[in-house]
Design a binder for this molecule. Structure first.
Ligand code: PSU
Ligand code: MN
Length: 300
């Protein structure tokens, strides 16, 4: 596949059936501020390695898909101004144009599964936006997760979204959701969104059992979401969160922010208005997800 470059260590690990964890790059390029984004990207790869798995951060560089970025690739995604945000539908135009871009959950899940990677870790998934009745803004992540066989470890969906509506969409789309050590769906920056989850698991082996059962059933190709909450000690203060979210949504509407820019705008607004506390909660959530993903990949 001349438009795809898989890092040698990822190829070797997959061939030897050793654990591999895919990581997305939009969170680096558009979800976290500089220069913290690069240090977090490097740290996340280190956490995957400490967990006994090989990290495969996915991005598009100069019109080629990279499955597994070296230090230079991570730095380009973190530091270059021209890095686009690529959902799955954007991949072909980006490759044809020879540009560079960071992959969202939708693009990363698609590319990872295509490369034979079975586990993917991120922060919070995209979903149904709160202004959906006006804008019809629903992340492409959901549709792709309905069509892609991969286990995704996340801290729920971003709390800037309409969480109950997103859970309804996941049910309609047939995407499985497991609460990891909890019967409440996590709230990204918050330990709990307050919404229930139907199924709770308590170990990486228990997740692997679910994956094996799905495979044996010959279930359709869809993702399994492992919803792993940030600890209460590391969450954003829920009262602060609720107060600022209204302001963030109002600012978004006031500035006429639309489309792909909405999610980065809201995350950045909260980072600035919480003096970095939301950023710390976001990073804590991603760290926890990456650690768990390595253990699940090993259990599989
Ligand atoms: N999780 C984070 N930070 C992020 C994202 C997720 O902690 O920046 C990104 C993911 O790449 C996700 C994207 O796929 O936000 C969703 O964007 P949109 O709502 O435009 O589909
Ligand atoms: Mn959108």
């Amino acid at each position: 596949m001349p438009l795809t470059e898989v890092a040698p260590e990822v190829t070797e690990a997959l061939a030897a059936r050793r654990p591999v964890v895919a990581l997305e790059s939009t969170i680096i390029a558009h979800g976290l501020p500089r220069p913290r984004n690069l240090s977090v990207a490097v740290e996340l790869e280190g956490l995957v390695r400490s967990g006994g798995a090989v990290p495969a951060t996915i991005a598009v560089l100069d019109g080629r898909v990279h499955i597994g970025l070296g230090r230079d690739g991570l730095a380009r995604i973190a530091e270059d101004d021209g890095v686009r945000k690529l959902g799955r539908r954007d991949l072909a135009p980006a490759l044809a144009a020879g540009v560079s871009g960071a992959t969202t959950v939708s693009a990363t899940a698609f590319l990872a599964a295509r490369a034979g990677i079975r586990v993917f870790a991120t922060g919070g998934l995209g979903g149904v936006h709160r202004a959906w009745t006006l804008t019809q803004d629903e992340s492409a992540d959901l549709r792709v997760l309905a069509e892609t066989r991969i286990t995704v470890v996340c801290a729920g969906v971003k709390s800037i979204l309409d969480v109950p509506a997103t859970l309804q969409r996941l049910e309609t789309l047939g995407v499985g959701v497991l609460g990891y050590g909890t019967d409440r769906f996590p709230g990204f920056y918050l330990t709990s969104s307050g919404e229930p989850v139907e199924w709770t698991v308590h170990s990486p082996d228990a997740v692997a059992e679910v994956v094996r059962a799905r495979d044996e059933l010959g279930a359709p190709d869809s993702a399994l979401i492992v919803a792993n909450p940030v600890s209460e000690a590391e969450q954003l203060d829920p009262a602060l969160h609720d107060r600022l979210l209204g302001e963030a949504l109002a600012a978004c509407a006031e500035h006429g922010v639309e489309g792909q820019a909405v999610t980065p705008f809201l995350l950045d607004f909260l980072t600035r208005r919480t003096a970095g506390a939301s950023l710390e909660a976001n990073v804590a959530a991603v760290r926890g997800n990456v650690r768990l993903a390595a253990r699940i990949a090993a259990a599989l």
